[in-house]
Design a protein around this ligand. Sequence first.
Ligand code: NAP
Length: 258
Amino acid sequence: MLLKDKVALVTGAGSGIGREVALAFAREGACVVVADVDATGGEETVARIHAGADGGGSSPGALFVRMDVSDPADHEAAVASAVQRFGALHVACNNAGIARGSPEAAVPLAQISARDWQRVIDVNLSGTFHGLRTQIPALLAAGGGAIVNVASVLGQVGNLSLSPYVASKHGIVGLTRAAALDYAQQGVRVNAVGPGYIDTPILSAASAEARARMVAQHPMGRLGGAGEIAELVLWLCSERASFCTGGYYPADGGFLAR
Ligand code: NAP
């Protein structure tokens, strides 16, 4: 088991990629704090872990914590819950994110409202920053650990009508590098993963035509699965990735190779 005796925290773990990360961590022996703004989805993830629906049923424990990642106080409470309930924190995945500030905000840059810009930055970029600054002291107190931030292929290239998202994901890649340098000699590794388009509820608003266009951007000719991202996050959080820090790791069906 890759995370035996470890305690992990996953944000946005009530759905999609975050849920699969939480299930993978649990399968590999970690106690998991499942954090999400959506209590129903979060509790469902915890129930799946408890029921052994991850295939192994090997996790010693799971706990749901309601959190809005844009609120620093929620991060403090989530990390405190991990330490109080499971004794420490060794692993974190800052995954929660949104595509746009409101349903009508997929528009060219000059038409994006300041409010829609701010919401995406608050959740995706500041949410990751607040996570790092709260989780790192706990990892240091535990003697070291690993953090993975979920960026995107759009953390490396642009995209039409999604400038707040593209900026936030580029920011996450930069934040990952800066944090990795600050703690490289203290046993805390920080990496980012870059999913291509993944078949999760975040894409539910996309029309059939938009989905087909997304598929066409991947040389493999399909969207990714959330479990395929979870495997990469799991590996980066395990001791098998002991010399990896400050990296951007794509899992994108060849998207960036074009
Ligand atoms: P998802 O299925 O929508 O899951 C995201 C989860 O995060 C949901 O449970 C959501 O709750 C929650 N959430 C949203 N805002 C939050 C907040 N402020 N605080 C705490 N939790 C919050 O999306 P996903 O596809 O798994 O995306 C996960 C991450 O992968 C995101 O960072 C996304 O940008 C990134 N990503 C996704 C893709 C893709 O194609 N799917 C590609 C590249 C990167 P609600 O449902 O209530 O909003």
